[in-house]
Design a binder for this molecule. Sequence first.
Ligand code: ZN
Length: 130
Amino acid sequence: MGYVMPIVLTHFISGIFVTTLLFLKYRNTIQSRMLWFGFPFLFIIPDIDHLIYWQPSMLASIFPQSLADLVAGIFAPRPPSLLHNWYIPLALFSVGIFLFKIYPKKMHLIFFLFAIAWGTHMLLDGVMLW
Ligand SMILES: [Zn+2]
């Protein structure tokens, strides 16, 4: 560890922000309320890998102790780890493209949204390519 990373709440707020932007543009294409309400939660999923080395002190990395905690560690470069890896949003995006080619309904959109959520998380965490 040793790297200061954005806290989970920061990722969730970024998720609400990106979801709002996408909703304004795509609300007529994607009408599933469940998907729109669930979307901000996808932005915190990469942090599941922290559970592997979980310690009670890490509760502090979910909710802020101060306002400064909300912006701490944003874009600070760090090497990739298990789920913090650019291969994952790339794979999700590739599956989306593939689904769009073989079955151009709306299923692929879910993979694109998931790729956007994961990629945004990687960006905020400053995850490097290797
Ligand atoms: Zn993270």
